[in-house]
Design a protein around this ligand. Sequence first.
Ligand code: AQP
Length: 361
Amino acid sequence: MTDTLTPADPAPADKAPAYQGPKRILSGIQASGSLHLGNYLGALKRFVEMQDDAPTFVFVADLHAITVPQDPALLGAQTREIAAAYLASGLDPGRSTIFPQSAVREHAELAWIFNCVARLGWLDRMTQFKEKSGKHKERSSVGLYTYPVLQAADILLYRATHVPVGEDQKQHLELTRDIAQKFNNDFGAPQGQPNFFPLPEPVIQGPATRVMSLRDGAAKMSKSDPSDQSRINLLDDADTIAAKVRKARTDPEPLPETLEELKTRAEADNLVGIYAALADEAKAAVLARFAGQGFGVFKPALAELAVEKLGPVTAEMRRLMADPAEIDRVLAAGAERAREVAAPILAETRAKVGFWQGGTV
Ligand code: AQP
């Protein structure tokens, strides 16, 4: 679990009236490898459900991807693959702005300004850096360390108010709120004016905010897990999905009747959560159907459901990936629309910081 952020140098309490701009939704996924069921249930499916609520910005996080080594020959294809997953999951480029992060250079510029707003003590508490850098902290890139500052820039560049993410991103969202508040206080609004940046809300909802590995109920399903058996990839075929579910680690007991009993059985809980999220049902409803049954019954039912729900997404992804020019058209149009929103917000931010305003460069 993530710690609660307690800044070493806390921003003073917010004095200005609350931000009053429109609701905007923003999120992204790193272009760092194949997408898996955790990304689908914890993020993609949520983006699609929310896109009618407010203007939605969804980017492919390629600037984040290079915080760890990437093969330059593959990064472009990985970017298109994430874009294909967005489209195949149901994001509509007519309603949602879909773009590669690196194509909107304002992200990097705002991140620099925020690097000078965030405090080292705040970043030192980020648990994801500790997990990702492991024992070799001094060999990690500086980018991996300041990743959450770039994330704050991604969000606030669009003055996004709502950010759908999985549970693992909660701490980074708290940092974004602290950066926004400190910027508002340090450079903020003239007396009595509302805050310049919103304090964005994480939207962490649904039965699958933290899908766990199929091999270890205590580890998050992750792209970087060395075992491919630990995750269901969005591009896996039906036989592979069925085999992975069949081999998923479980215990020998039948499924219990109550959520209370399920809580103490991490692997069983994870599989029931996956079933519930795929079926759009509550976990209790899944237990009501399968209580007393063993995994010999439950696993084939889960595999069948996973294939039924993911099959059309996989097929559409493959179709789109066979036409990279079409994906590029969507990404280019999205980048243009994103810049139309981002550029004036960055220009105002630059003016607040006091950068030279003598002309356009
Ligand atoms: N296991 C998960 N369960 C639910 N949600 C998840 N997300 C990731 N894993 C799970 C959510 O997916 C979105 C995009 O994540 P990301 O790829 O940008 O970064 P990540 O969280 O670091 O994802 P991975 O798969 O764990 O990648 P690696 O292994 O490269 O670090 C986010 O909203 C995230 O919460």
